[in-house]
Design a binder for this molecule. Structure first.
Ligand code: ADP
Ligand code: ASP
Ligand code: MG
Length: 445
């Protein structure tokens, strides 16, 4: 069994969907995981915020625009060759339900229900098209098997049990399901956070003991730097699970931050492929060794720095424990940490409980909060050549407003925190330092 995940950009319009159908047709045993068509989840987020602020007419107008986008895609896809009416009736019914739902009071459960509709309608259209063109595929409702537990984390064993209940122990054939969406432990519709279809794909891959997880997107592989901000990036042909996890977690948008562990703990390779250039090699992520030298640079925005200062820390023990237990209480992971004798600085990327955390930390010491920061992460063998490389990296960032530096946690990364507005420049600056001679070439393992 092969997992094939197609992101929104691969499903941007009817032409792309029919191209994807051709790729799916080549495999007889596959679980296809699809995101919503490109731009749809963003529009649903907008509808939700209009709904939340009581601007129902505007929300309804946007629902109308989305309805037309889907209907036009159906008409274009079927282009009169197949009867499209049953599908357009179903899409119309679906949007009637969405529109009616706006009469209810907005809350988080309603929002999550709304956000799930993009993937549900998109996969319904793709399954109808595939079956109408003779590519047999079974549509599966991800809400029947993709669940998170009380800690909001999915469990591979639980997903495996549910899938084998639906498909039997040795499923064969083609299946199509929605990425991103799931049920929470109380049975409410929820999701795996933005970009979560990658995570669905690796979870399904682990649950089904897939031989490979293919992530099809709009670019040829993971690149050495963020191609949205830096010119002349190049593909990395082979990555270890550790390197990929680090890059995903610290901002390489091509992969969802959590999507590597289900594949790595089950030793299933992930291959990144370019939908528009299916024969290009892309990137293979597997349990290979980390390479020599620097692999890549990535940046993650929306970071909050929290500094806690207290003279009581001098020569005392138990302080870090007190601090960490507050973050644990509010289920807020810490990403970067630096300490001095009288102060601790940490970063978080989820500010949901920031004011509660701040209030409790205030009982320990003076608290200073800085929002709008970015983490820039250099991944690779930063200790190569007796620290020479690390010294150069640190030297190259001296003109930036560096807030924190984390170095020495492992030999595989240096993490630098700067204000968000400096992240593009620091990515460019690190690019010329680390990859100048390699641009337009390709890194092999
Ligand atoms: P999909 O819709 O297929 O999930 P995404 O937009 O989520 O696609 O991810 C692909 C995009 O990630 C690329 O188009 C690229 O702009 C961006 N990206 C950011 N960092 C990297 C990187 N290091 N390598 C490749 N792509 C990256
Ligand atoms: N459609 C969702 C999003 O835009 C999930 C995904 O694309 O992976 O975030
Ligand atoms: Mg994505």
């Amino acid at each position: 069994m092969r997992i094939m995940k197609f992101g929104g950009t691969s499903l941007g319009n009817a032409e792309r969907i029919s191209h994807v159908a051709g790729l799916i047709a080549k495999n007889n045993d596959c679980m296809v995981v699809c995101s919503a068509m490109s731009g749809v989840t963003n529009m649903l987020v907008d509808i939700s915020s209009l709904w939340n602020s009581g601007r129902i007419r505007e929300a309804e107008d946007l629902v109308g625009i989305l309805r037309n986008l889907f209907l036009e895609t159906c008409l274009e896809l079927f282009k009169g060759t197949q009867p499209v009416q049953p599908l357009t009736v179903s899409v119309n019914n679906h949007f009637d339900v969405v529109r009616n739902r706006l009469k209810r009071e907005h809350n988080l459960n309603e929002e999550n229900w709304l956000l799930a509709q993009g993937e549900i309608i998109t996969t319904e259209i793709i399954a109808s098209y595939l079956n109408a063109t003779g590519i047999e595929i079974t549509w599966l409702n991800a809400l029947d098997f993709m669940r998170t537990g009380p800690d909001n984390e999915p469990s591979v064993n639980d997903i495996r049990d549910r899938l084998s209940h639906i498909l039997g122990d040795k499923p064969r054939g083609r299946f199509l399901t929605q990425g991103y969406i799931c049920l929470d432990h109380e049975g409410n519709t929820s999701n795996l956070k933005r970009g979560g279809s990658d995570y669905t794909a690796t979870l399904a891959g682990a649950a089904l003991h897939a031989e490979i997880i293919e992530i099809w997107t709009d670019i040829d592989g993971v690149r050495n730097n963020d191609p949205r901000f830096v010119d002349g990036t190049f593909p990395i042909r082979e990555l270890s699970f550790d390197e990929a996890a680090e890059l995903a977690y610290f901002g390489a948008k091509i992969l969802h931050p959590s999507c590597v562990w289900p594949a790595s703990t089950n030793s299933i390779p992930i291959q990144l492929k370019n939908t528009m250039e299916p024969d290009a090699p892309g990137t293979m992520i597997s349990s290979g060794r980390n390479r020599k030298g620097i692999t890549a640079v990535a940046a993650k925005e929306g970071i909050t720095v929290i500094r806690i200062r207290s003279d009581r820390m001098l020569n005392a023990y138990g302080f870090l424990n007190q601090i960490f237990s507050i973050f644990e209480k509010y289920k807020t992971p810490i990403d970067v940490i630096t300490t001095s004798e009288v102060a601790v600085s940490v970063t978080i990327d989820n500010p949901r409980y920031l004011s509660d955390i701040e209030a409790e930390l205030a009982g320990i010491g003076t608290v200073l909060i800085e929002t709008g920061q970015a983490i820039v992460c250099v991944v690779g063998d930063v200790l190569e050549r007796h620290h020479d490389r690390a010294v150069k990296i640190l030297d190259s960032v001296k003109d930036f407003n560096v807030k924190m530096i984390s170095f020495g946690g492992s030999r595989n990364n240096i993490t630098i925190v700067v204000p968000e507005e400096q992240r593009k420049d620091i990515l460019r600056s690190l690019n010329s330092l680390l990859f100048n001679n390699q641009s337009k070439s390709v890194i092999h393992g």
